[in-house]
Design a protein around this ligand. Sequence first.
Ligand code: MN
Ligand code: MN
Length: 459
Amino acid sequence: MYRKNAWEQYSGEERALLGAFADDYRAFLDAAKTEREAAATAEELCRAAGFRNLDALIESGEPLGPGDRVYRKWMNKSFMAFVIGEQSIEKGMNILGAHIDSPRLDVKQNPLFEDEKLAYLDTHYYGGIKKYQWLALPLALHGVIVKKDGDVVPVAIGEHEDDPVLCITDLLPHLAQDQMSKTASKFIDGEALNILIGSAPKADEEKDAVKAAVLAVLERDYGVEEEDFVSAELEAVPAGRARDCGLDRSMILGYGHDDRVCAYPSLRAVMDYDGVPTHTLCAVLTDKEEIGSMGASGMNSHYFENTVAELCALLGFDHDLSVRRALQNSRMLSSDVSAGFDPTYAGVFEKKNAAMLGLGVCFNKYTGSRGKSGASDANAEFMAMVRRVMDDAGVCWQTSELGKVDVGGGGTIAWLCAKYAMSVIDCGVPVLSMHAPWETISKADLWEAYKGYCAFLEV
Ligand code: MN
Ligand code: MN
């Protein structure tokens, strides 16, 4: 099957639209380096686009009707936006799903220590990372510290020009003979991922004077003490902004494309919908995908189902059967990034079924690994419908598998939505260097994903 490169089909006008969309996406990436920041940014965008907070309507019991636009943030880490359709919600929704957590280094609950007048934060990595990639690069610290009285102190250090940054040190090559002979997975221990955060001792302090100085800064700037780390969620991420990549500016190098490069266009497609849709539209941006979707803000929890039940109630359905029908009859694009074909590492891909940069939004009929294990294999009937919708809308699209059979694999949130017996297929944007501190995507694929999502909302 021959597929045309998306860039070859663009008019000057479409290139301008694509460029503007990519700029908006870069701004989203910079504002949303964690799931909390992504949920908060999504809320801001939705409020500005006339969406109302569903929790307020649940509280007041104000009924919903066609054309109403509502959102719900769950535990500050997951986010849902809905546009109520003309048809009964029992006929199902058109759902766009993606995740907003990304691989990173989480600060431990008792993290602070000093060794030879250097102070460190101990970390536990989150998601599948190549640990060696996180050494000797500027890190920023994002998250919240929740004090015992419930006060939430937001933290974001390392993003502004005059902010300090943090780092994990690496060994100099001159002394790395032993280290260099290790395999990449043994190159550095997870336990050795300690973030350097200070070196100047506090005056008149006998023991752990550097640590004391760091604590004094935290007290001064954030009003927190060491004990407060216990109820903090602090995430170390690469410091700095997403950038255009390539002399032709055709790509974006950024942290957390997995999976914000799908989450952003999914949200925008629902947000940008003008008027009253036939079916109820939904964007669900979820947390915890990178660690198996467990936890109350992950797709394996009931938060999404509960929210649909609330919608049903406000739409005048008060029977559990309506919720089941609404979910079962839904159609969903479960979006997550695909492994972009990389000529440098061609050996792990099967070229006919690899996601190529620039060929557009990518559909994965199934994911899983070694014999489709764990895959939510979409029905051919649903695949045919998606194919028709994409072609009719002039969307550039492709299909892929995650690498060669038996080489590896991975999972997404699709199977968790398939539990409701809805029609769901994996799709998304190809990424180079997936799960690295800085990942690369093609602006054309981002744009085609957005176009594809908009078209899907009309089915
Ligand atoms: Mn992902
Ligand atoms: Mn991932």
